[in-house]
Design a protein around this ligand. Sequence first.
Ligand SMILES: *[C@@H]1O[C@H](CO)[C@@H](O)[C@H](O)[C@H]1NC(C)=O
Ligand SMILES: *[C@@H]1O[C@H](CO)[C@@H](O)[C@H](O)[C@H]1NC(C)=O
Ligand SMILES: *[C@@H]1O[C@H](CO)[C@@H](O)[C@H](O)[C@H]1NC(C)=O
Ligand SMILES: [Cu+2]
Length: 232
Amino acid sequence: MRFAVAASTLALAAAAMAQSNTIVKVGEVSGTAMLKFDPPTINVTEVNSTVTFIFDGNPGNHTVAQSSFANPCEPLEGGFNSGFFPVSGASGPFGTWTLTITDVTTPIWFYCAQQVPKVHCTAGMVGAINPPASGNTFDAFVAKASSAATVVFPSTVLSGVGAFATASLATTTIPAGSSATGGSSSSGASGSGASGTSSGAPSSSSSPSSAGTVSASGFVAFLAAAFGVAIL
Ligand SMILES: *[C@@H]1O[C@H](CO)[C@@H](O)[C@H](O)[C@H]1NC(C)=O
Ligand SMILES: *[C@@H]1O[C@H](CO)[C@@H](O)[C@H](O)[C@H]1NC(C)=O
Ligand SMILES: *[C@@H]1O[C@H](CO)[C@@H](O)[C@H](O)[C@H]1NC(C)=O
Ligand SMILES: [Cu+2]
C-alpha cells in the first residue's frame, strides 16, 4: 500500500519533471560487499537530477569523494566528499547521501578515500558521472587509479564542482540484499510530489537553497517507492 501510494506520487511528479534519480550502491554489488560503486558509471542528462549513494556494503566503511581524471585518488579542489559511513551488520544501519547535479556537460569523477586496512581507490573503488565515451574514459580512470601513487583522505564537504549535497550522510534501513535499480528512474524533485512523505527527510546541516531541501524529500519518496520500506 505504501508502495502504491508512493508510486502514484512519483508518476505525477515524473509527468511534471524531467530530472532523474539514480541510485548508486557503495561497497556492495548484488548483495555482496565489494570495493566498488554499483553502477560505477552513470549518465545524467538533466540539470538538477539527483544521484543517491546508498552505503550498504556490509562490512564496509567508505566515502564518495570528488577527484579528477588526472589524480583519481586525491580530492578535487572545491570538490565534494561525503565522509565515512561505517556499516557492520546485515540489517544496518546504512547510509544515504544525495547529490544534485548542476553540470551535466563535464565529467564528475569520484573515489572512495578509505585506506584501512587497504587502499580502496587503487583497488578500483572509483566512479564517474557522465564519463566520456572516448579519450578520458572510465576504464582509463580505473587504470590510472590502480597505479595512483598518492591517496588522500579529504575532509567532509557537501558542495562540489558540478554537484552539491544539501545534507550530510543520513542513516537509513535498506535491506542489505537489494540491488541497484539498474540505472535511473524518473522521479519528483518537486515539492508537491514529495509532500506526502514528511518523515524521513535527512537532517540538513547546511541548506544553500530551499529547492535543494525539497529535492532531498523527493528522493525519500523515490527510495520508499524503490524499496517499499520506511525510510528513517
Ligand atoms: C571508518 O574509517 C575511517 C577512516 O579510516 C576511520 O577513521 C573510522 O574510525 C572508521 N570507522 C569505523 C567504525 O571503523
Ligand atoms: C552513457 O553514455 C555513453 C556515451 O557517453 C554510452 O556509451 C553508454 O552506453 C551510456 N550508458 C547508459 C547506461 O546509458
Ligand atoms: C535547477 O534548480 C535551481 C535551483 O532551484 C533552479 O534555479 C534552476 O532553474 C533549475 N534548473 C533546471 C534546468 O531545472
Ligand atoms: Cu571504500
